[in-house]
Design a protein around this ligand. Structure first.
Ligand code: GDP
Length: 431
């Protein structure tokens, strides 16, 4: 049985908490894309943690955590993240790393940083974790797969020389930065080999066997639908697919094995980096929501930078939910909205005088103006409520309006950052 957990929006939907909850019921948790560029915030008995590369299953003794082939594997980062857990008394988790995962190199981080500096005001707002240069190299077939660390030196050196030749042209003539040296890269790779050796395995074969034995597998997505390079707000996207179907590829399992797609949807909007954001709000209104948002404010888990804020965007979310192949929705941070007299929701986009509910391509999106509908607020603190019927009527109305707009059943409502602050609900929604 394979379940995927993914985001419908721009990321930061509160996936960490829901993932942690679902991880508790899983035997295996797999990261299938991205790298250390986004963070999950998890609060549990050990404290508050921001995980960037490790799967969310690491806090449970009964789960195996897998870094799948689709991940941008920053080896020292992984080792440090593991250490940061054990330093805080979390027992050493069982980790497996795919022998087909590719290695994020220090020069990927450098290139990311140099390119953002070159673009200056027109930059993508990268976290400078090396993700775009990493995936570019993977698809240009000049990346290093973990398995290659265990092959003969000559073969590896030949490949390194080629990489160095290509990279040095850019370093010398475009960025005017220090050049790469083949021997240094080889030595780095050999250090990485020693660090990663204990974890490397054929994770696809491992998962194949686990599925045969009826184990429960959770595919853990990072970011959200709108950051997908194909279906998101290109070019303001990430460099690997954020969609649940890619979970099969990035983990090495059949697509047909994914039976349940839990899509996390946020009760208001937030985004980081540049790009069109139709329901964005500004000034005091935004500051207030940012300050009250999430657990201790809406600030990046990786960078600490303030997130852009907006009202719930039904157009973007409906699309995001559809692209994920959603079977059920977890709606998060609804408690945050308890301070508002009225809650605006973006239910359409006006583009060149026409109103649409279909999410457009980026150029059209940049012209879109939000069509807002206002809902009465509930003006109360709903944290601590455990039954759906006990929520104020205005709150239920808002939730059910979202459900109608996004055309998918909301089965979980999260009303606080804690792991057990969740309301399960049988949805009467039918298409
Ligand atoms: P992720 O990357 O999708 O996991 O999102 P974040 O790390 O940005 O998580 C959002 C923040 O909101 C975290 O600090 C969570 O602890 C917190 N959070 C998650 N669900 C809820 C919720 O229902 N209510 C509140 N108030 N905070 C939540």
């Amino acid at each position: 049985m394979v379940k995927a957990i993914v985001g419908a929006n721009w990321g930061d939907e509160g996936k960490g908490k829901i993932t942690d909850m679902l991880a508790e019921e899983s035997d295996i948790v797999v990261r299938f894309q991205g790298g250390s560029n986004a963070g999950h915030t998890i609060i549990n008995d050990y404290g508050k943690f921001a995980l960037h590369l490790l799967p969310s299953g690491v806090f449970y003794n009964h789960t195996t955590s897998i870094i799948g082939n689709g991940v941008a594997l920053n080896i020292p980062y992984l080792v440090n993240e593991l250490k940061s857990l054990t330093d805080r008394n979390v027992p050493m988790p069982k980790i497996l790393v795919s022998d087909r995962a590719q290695i994020l190199m220090p020069y990927h981080v450098d290139f990311d940083t140099y390119e953002e500096a070159r673009l200056a005001g027109k930059s993508f707002g990268s976290t400078k974790s090396g993700i775009a240069p990493f995936y570019s190299d993977k698809y240009a077939k000049i990346g290093f797969q973990v398995s290659e660390l265990f092959e003969e030196k000559d073969k590896l050196m030949e490949k390194i020389e080629n990489v160095v030749t290509l990279k040095n042209v850019m370093l010398e003539h475009l960025y005017h930065k220090p050049l790469l040296n083949a021997e240094d890269i080889y030595n780095t790779l050999m250090e990485y080999k020693e660090m990663i050796k204990p974890y490397v395995t054929d994770t696809s074969a491992y998962l194949h066997q686990a599925l045969k034995e009826g184990k429960k597998v959770l595919l853990e997505g990072q970011l959200g639908s709108l950051k997908d390079p194909d279906h998101g707000i290109y070019p303001m996207v990430t460099s690997s697919s954020t969609l649940a179907p890619y979970g099969a590829i990035g983990a090495g399992i059949p697509a047909s094995s994914i039976q349940d797609v839990v899509t996390v949807v946020k009760a208001y909007s937030s985004a980081v980096g540049a790009g069109a954001f139709v329901s964005e709000i500004f000034g005091e209104e935004a500051d207030e929501l940012r300050k009250r948002g999430g657990d201790g404010g809406e600030f990046g888990a990786t960078t600490g930078r303030p997130r852009r804020m907006g009202w719930f965007d039904a157009v973007a979310t409906r699309y995001g939910v559809r692209m994920q192949g959603t079977t059920e929705v977890a709606l998060t941070v609804i408690d945050v909205l308890g301070y508002l007299d009225e809650i605006p929701m973006c239910v359409g986009y006006e583009i060149d005088g026409k109103v649409t509910k279909d999410f457009p391509t980026t150029a059209q999106l940049e012209k879109a103006k939000p069509v807002l509908k206002t809902f009465p607020g509930w003006k109360s603190d709903i944290r601590g409520i455990t039954k759906y019927e006990d929520l104020p009527e205005a709150c239920r109305n808002y939730i059910e309006a979202i459900e109608q707009e996004i055309e998918a059943p909301i089965t979980m409502v999260s009303n606080g950052p804690g792991r057990h602050e969740i309301i399960h609900r049988v949805s009467s929604y039918s298409k």
